[in-house]
Write a protein that binds this ligand. Structure first.
Ligand code: DON
Length: 585
């Protein structure tokens, strides 16, 4: 274990802040004091925790992180910083940061209150249960993933504006917080190597739409390269209009007209009324407890918080701190299967169906599920509930965690669904649009792009919000933030968050190790355990011997996390993301 790795553990054991900060700084080059860039050499990333006393921002992109830290330094709170980072990533990390998509923000306030802002996209009014079927009545992935029909009414602008209005410090206007994003869009940014995309499916998605190709592709159709400059003048104008006139500038008037016109010209059904009717919704977070910690996470339409609590409740009945690694992973996998089966059946938009949240997150329900687990033998998915099939594909979303010196914490995950969403920029706006409606169950028991099945509870319908897996989470100890975490990764998000929490609370890992540790994932259907290549072969063999089908899969998730101790903050950027960074001050 190197010096920085020991920082998180030192803090957990109550070491003094000065020592902690000194350790981090003595190991970092002078100009990187208080921050760590995850740039793996020879493909091996070292888990690095970054210590700071007054504030911490952990994101997947460094420019946006610096913007957030500047806001904190200038007296802003974590919500101010989150809003600035949210707008900044729309410019500097366009594959997932966005104003044309949606997401969720969980806020813990210094006064002890918790809240959740749901800015998930909604289905346009013309969407119905059959919208994503072909002529034979089968789910048509082209419609829900590749065509403009897949585009949900974007929620990000409304969500960030609501967060700022209700929970910002009041020291900054919305315009102040958008200003750095406008400057980056207008002046351009020089692309780093992790911001370029070579994957043919992504390039094809952008090439399909001339308005997108002219911004994100070279004249020959190739992707932009490291060192190229990305200038987004139309996006700068759009952001400027939002800064000047507030979120209505996005949802009504010329920008909304252009978005609706572009979607309809591309064959979609979004109207100006759909945009005008969009509302971000403030919701009570789901809450539960785990071994004396309080878990505060995202309620429906996310499945994240509910399923995270369901899994933690199941696991609380085991002594994971003393189990060996195989047994811990095995039990987590068994909990995953049961939670994801419930996700498929019960989760939907709470505005249109009653999700049995109270039951699903109850300790007594977890006890009945635990009783069905054989600690030595894997339960086949079919024994839990009838299944479907899988069609995995890798995409992108982005998560950031922020804490301030006042005691506020923000956990935010937002997305366009796939990298660059559906790939369509609404001409004249610079706004890349999502393909979030693939998160509906296009047809009962038919998998979406992440292999997730669903039933009537998550069927497409007018104005509905598709079920999400995004799991922005704040863990509290004695009512104060202890851990802020979340991740991109489609269906794998919830299990990534689970493993970070278990790794810290049960396995006593530093936050950097907890984030870096190899992850496994099971989502009930398909009946497979996806294991990162770094899961040791003897553990893979042991899981297989118990009856799990283990399938290697490249890392999908990126859990940008912060551990909070009385002595200071430890930021852990996930080494799986090349550009991820923790910056504190
Ligand atoms: O809301 C969801 O669950 C998905 N649309 C998230 C997609 C995602 O995380 C892609 N990231 N790699």
């Amino acid at each position: 274990m190197n010096g920085i790795l020991s920082v998180g553990r030192a803090i957990r054991m109550g070491a003094g802040a000065a020592i902690v900060v000194a350790i981090a700084m003595s190991l970092a080059p002078a100009n990187l004091a208080g921050q760590a860039l995850n740039q793996p050499e020879s493909g091996v990333a070292k888990p690095v925790g970054v210590a700071a006393r007054d504030g911490m921002v952990v994101t997947q992109e460094a420019r946006a992180a610096r913007i957030g830290v500047d806001i904190l330094r200038n007296g802003g709170n974590a919500v101010d910083a989150a809003v600035a980072v949210g707008f900044a990533l729309a410019v500097s990390y366009p594959r997932a940061g966005n104003i044309g998509g949606g997401g969720f923000m969980v806020i813990h306030r210094a006064n002890g209150e918790d809240t959740a802002i749901d800015y998930r996209e909604t289905a346009p009014a013309a969407i119905n249960a059959k919208s994503f079927l072909d002529a034979q009545g089968n789910a048509d992935p082209q419609k829900s993933r590749m065509l403009a029909l897949a585009i949900g009414v974007p929620g990000t602008v409304a969500g960030l504006a609501l967060a700022e209005k209700e929970y910002g410090s009041g020291r900054f206007t919305l315009a102040d917080l958008i200003a750095p994003a406008i400057a980056m869009a207008r002046d351009g940014i020089t692309l780093d190597d992790d911001m370029t995309d070579e994957q043919t499916n992504i390039l094809a998605r952008l090439a399909h739409w001339p308005a997108s190709a002219k911004i994100f592709l070279k004249a020959d159709g190739g992707g932009l390269s490291a060192g190229d400059r990305l200038v987004q003048s139309d996006l700068a104008d759009t952001l400027q209009a939002i800064a000047r006139d507030g979120p209505d500038a996005f949802y009504q008037g010329p920008i909304a007209w252009k978005i609706a016109a572009a979607v309809q010209a591309a064959g979609g059904v979004m109207t100006v009324d759909d945009l005008k009717d969009y509302r971000a919704i403030e919701r009570a977070p789901v809450r539960g407890s785990y071994r004396g910690y309080d878990i505060v996470s995202m309620p429906p339409p996310s499945s994240g918080g509910v399923e995270l609590l369901e899994m933690l409740n199941i696991l609380e009945g085991y002594d994971l701190a003393h189990d060996d690694e195989t047994q811990t992973l095995f039990l987590m996998i068994e909990a995953m299967k049961r939670a994801y089966a419930d996700r498929a059946l019960f989760l939907g938009d709470p505005e249109t169906i009653k999700v049995p949240v109270t039951k699903l997150i109850s300790k007594s329900y977890a006890a009945t599920l635990r009783a069905s687990i054989d600690p030595e033998h894997a339960t086949p998915a079919s024994a839990i509930r009838a299944g479907g099939s899988n069609d995995p594909e890798g995409h992108n979303t982005t998560h950031f965690s922020i804490v301030d010196r006042f005691g506020n914490a923000v956990s935010n995950t937002y997305t366009l669904n796939f990298s660059y969403g559906v790939g369509l920029v609404a001409d004249g706006t610079g706004v890349l649009l999502n393909n979030e409606l693939d998160d509906f169950a296009a047809k009962p028991d038919t998998p979406n792009a992440y292999g997730l099945t669903g039933f009537e509870a998550n069927e497409p319908g007018p104005g509905k919000r598709p079920v999400s897996s995004m799991t922005p989470t704040v863990v509290l100890k004695d009512g104060k933030p202890f851990l802020v975490t979340g991740s991109p990764g489609g269906s794998r998000i919830i299990t990534a968050v689970l493993q970070v929490i278990v790794n810290v609370i049960d396995r006593g890992m530093t936050i950097a190790d907890a984030v870096a540790a190899p992850r496994v994932h099971n989502q009930w259907v398909p009946d497979q355990v996806f294991a990162e290549p770094t899961v040791p072969p003897d553990i893979v063999a042991a899981l297989q011997a118990r009856g799990d089908k283990v399938v290697p899969q490249r890392p999908f998730t990126s859990a940008e996390s912060i551990l909070i101790a009385p002595e200071g903050f430890i930021g852990a950027a996930d080494p799986r993301s090349h550009g991820a960074v923790a910056i504190g001050y």
